[in-house]
Design a protein around this ligand. Sequence first.
Ligand code: NAD
Length: 473
Amino acid sequence: MQIQFYNVIADELRGSSNVHTVPDPRTEEELWPCPIATNADFEDAVKAAQAAFETWSQTTVAERQALLVKLAEVLKDNADDLASILSRESGKSKILANIDVGAAIAQSLYYSKTALEDEVQFEDDNVKVVATHFPIGVVGAICPWNFPLILSNIKVVSALVTGNCVIVKPSPFTPYAVMKWVELSRGIFPPGVFQVLNGGADLGALMTSHPGIGKISFTGTIATGKRVMASCAKTLKKVTLELAGNDACIVLPDADLDKTVPSVASGGFFNAGQVCVASKRIYVHESIYAEFLDRLVKEVEAGYAIKEDLTAPSVFGPVDNKMQYDIVKGIIEDCKKNGYNIVTGGKTDSVTGKGFWLPPTIVSNPPEDSLLVQEEQFGPVLPILSWSDEDDVIKRANLSNAGLGASVYSSNLKEAERVARRLEAGSVWINQSERPNFGAFFSGVKDSGFGGEMGKQGLLSYSYTKCLHIPKN
Ligand code: NAD
């Protein structure tokens, strides 16, 4: 595969006189030149999408779903190359990069069989009211860096199956695999239906303010999400925000520690904690706290050690980029400065001499109002907190500024479900670490989001709903 990257506008490949490179997070070696889209490129992409929408919006669901199968085939046929590019730009091991590609294939195939249908909303002797759905127009998909293909793909396939055109903007920290995927997908859809532009905050801001874009689907931080929503308000764009989480994990006194400890370790340290729904605050009942902590430290030291070799079968890796590396280091330094009990890890100076590596770090019982507990760490440092009273732990778990996911562990499923129902989060997992399912609606409550996507329900945010009032006589 040729290692060159392009913006894709109306199925044409476009370079740019303005390029940037991204460092490999494992080694800090600069990767390939990547063209930054100009304002003119963006205007051309919007015009191409608007023109394509005229006919694309008139296609049937079945026609569009057949093309999603082809989109999945492109991912399948190029899975190895795409995973290689993705692992270089994100620092993920090959195993993790394969998960990114594999989930994107699964999501595409899911929507090749799932779509919105008309629904009778009311019927009596006089009238039948049928709700039907139609596309919004041009969707702008603004994406983060932690799962570049999965998180771009979900927006792309949701937009396309509902009859919209889509312009996808990957994170400038991880542009390569997404740009290559769109390039390889040329010819599947009419030109202008599926396009990609590389750029940062400036391009994102253009997308959110342009009147030619009808909807923005954004995934990223809460701070940027607020900017996106404010900008979208000026043209009353539809907007979906998938934002940061600070997931609480509650371990009940009867949890089976043989199963719970490995699952919690994975919840906190899979992809070095860079998962929106990673377990970010672990609340363990005081009666099992000491044993749990001891076992968790052993599990993490054995299973999440730093492995510099890209091909090592590890689900742990470096922090993706320098910006996030500095944020996570700052949180660990704050723990040290305040004398919190770091039971494993904690080193913030270079562990390998190069790259953005931080060892998995566990902090025992930091105060509830500490930075580590109150703010999303989005990296490999995890607070383990003890609790004794259920009402108290629920209050601590339910933050005022986040509510994306949560998890509960117990040997008694009924008890676990009862506790899960008390948690204020968009998704709660029982006896498993937080892993979104493409068939399940995914959304954050409070500051963690606005609307949601995935599952059949997720398609509603990519569509207008129209009610047809049909008289009976
Ligand atoms: P970010 O907010 O820094 O950037 C996200 C995207 O927004 C990037 O493409 C960026 O270029 C763009 N952007 C930046 N400024 C913009 C502006 N003013 N207008 C429009 N676009 C702009 O987030 P990030 O660091 O890339 O992602 C990490 C965050 O994403 C974490 O907080 C994580 O929890 C969250 N996340 C949430 C989910 C979810 O589904 N809820 C999934 C993955 C990640």
